[in-house]
Design a protein around this ligand. Structure first.
Ligand code: IMP
Length: 434
């Protein structure tokens, strides 16, 4: 298996958890390279549900090493909570997990500032997950952040934390007019947590370089989706990291040229959590129907997801940027009973068709999608295990998406279970031999 990237093609929540879980069985190393515990990857194994926020999706597989890369922002208390939850269920996490010492750490003041800034933004709020993600990345870029490796050096940590606390307390009280949290215990708590994780803290770049030399299979696990990417997405309604394949180089510490294959996960329709443009959104009863059919509620915050039809314009844009080799299509079963099915195939503003996916947030909010209607199907397809057994209209829908995206649909998922998946018409039976 070559070094493979799996990213989200849309606005996150594409079902990456299940896909990564499936591929992780053949991987030696699974790497998270961006985001933090704003992500929520759901995996169902033997009828048991696991929701992973920070820990990579190979953790449930024996013989797979999982790396939290340097591009991830780590909330140590949340990490400890997630580790404890898995250990209590019999998963030998400490054997299977490593964390890059260069990863930046989320402190309580980051979460506090995340909430303050959202209030400050008013109408323009982003609808963040409130996990402190943006403020932690902002500190990283401003060079006031604190990394895991720094916490392991008591004197250095004391100095950096002291400086950060002074600045953040002033910001929280003087700018946002709030009371900063009590930080008397923060130094000791952070030190204790970092010491607990010390045996797992590594140079992730080195680990990956050694794995590569040994010819091991490396899977890069994207979080969020390409349309939430800081540079590619619907800015400012994005997350604060590089979610696409382009984030792997810096966020994992891996040479970009050594990435052999890029796969993306996409739902057969579209969802988005939080604020921001969503060109193919369905409002009212139609959106509600799709939300209920797909049980579209956030894995991290429980918020109802906004739902809409498949958006070919943003999908083509994201496919191109990621240099996509293949698509993993999820939730096809959810569309059973929707007739007709629509796909946004172009965007129009004032009667003019836009040439691609626009950068301008106001245009994204005004545009009218051009819809293509396709006939739906009524059958329950959750038991289908071969492309040939799909209803004719479901086959045609997949062919339509494949033609539009110009990449093969490698896998089609028709339910949450590991076994509810089959090879697409033009997909490769052995994904790694192709
Ligand atoms: P943040 O990442 O918490 O700063 O939130 C920024 C935006 O990204 C908000 O619209 C969130 O709802 C969205 N977001 C962050 N993580 C996820 C995710 O894992 N799935 C879906 N949306 C997400």
């Amino acid at each position: 298996m070559p070094a493979t990237a799996i990213v989200g093609l849309q606005w996150g929540d594409e079902g990456k958890g299940k896909i990564i879980d499936g591929l992780a069985a053949d991987a030696d190393v699974v790497v998270r390279y961006a985001g933090g515990n704003n992500a929520g990857h759901t995996v169902i194994v033997g009828g048991e549900k696991y929701v992973l926020h920070l820990i990579p999706g190979g953790i449930l597989h024996q013989g797979t090493l999982n790396l939290i890369g340097r591009g991830v922002v780590v909330d140590l208390a949340e990490l400890a909570h997630e580790v404890d939850g898995l250990v209590a269920r019999g998963v030998p996490v400490e054997e299977r997990l490593r964390i890059d010492g260069r990863a930046h750490v989320i402190f309580p003041y980051h979460r506090h500032i995340d909430r303050c800034v959202e209030v400050w933004r008013g109408e323009g709020r982003i609808g963040t997950t409130g996990r402190g993600i943006g403020p932690t990345y902002a500190d990283k870029v401003a060079r006031t952040g604190i990394r895991l490796a720094d916490i392991l050096r008591p004197e250095l940590f004391e100095k950096r934390l002291h400086a950060a606390l002074a600045e953040k307390a002033a910001l929280i009280s003087k700018v946002y007019g709030q009371v900063p949290e009590d930080d008397a215990e923060l130094y000791d708590q952070s030190r204790a947590l970092a010491e607990r994780f010390r045996p797992l803290i590594v140079d992730g770049g080195r680990l990956l370089s050694q794995a590569r030399r040994r010819g091991e299979c490396i899977l890069f696990e994207g979080a969020q989706g390409s349309m939430l990417d800081l540079d590619a997405g619907t800015y400012p309604y994005v997350t604060s990291s590089w979610t696409g394949v382009w984030g792997i180089g810096g966020g994992a510490g891996f040479p970009p040229r050594a990435i052999d294959r890029a796969l993306a996960v996409s739902k057969a329709y579209c969802t988005r959590v939080g604020e921001g443009p969503f060109p193919s959104e369905l409002y009212g009863e139609a959106g509600e129907r799709l939300r209920e059919a797909g049980n579209e509620y956030g894995a991290t915050t429980g918020r109802p997801r906004r739902c809409g039809w498949f958006d070919m314009v943003s999908a083509r844009y994201a496919a191109e940027l990621n240099g996509l080799d293949g698509l993993m299509l999820t939730n096809l079963d959810v569309l059973s009973g929707f007739d007709p099915i629509r796909v946004a195939v172009a965007y129009r503003v004032d009667g003019e068709t836009l040439p691609g996916f626009p950068a301008e947030t106001d245009l994204l909010e005004q545009l009218e999608p051009v819809w293509q209607e396709l006939p739906g199907w009524r059958e329950d397809i959750t038991g289908v295990r071969r492309f040939e057994d799909l209803p004719a209209n479901a086959k045609d829908y997949l062919r339509f998406l494949e033609r539009g995206l110009e990449v093969p649909i490698e896998r089609v998922s028709v339910g949450p279970g590991r076994e509810q998946m089959f090879v697409g018409e033009n997909g490769h039976e052995d994904l790694w031999a192709s």
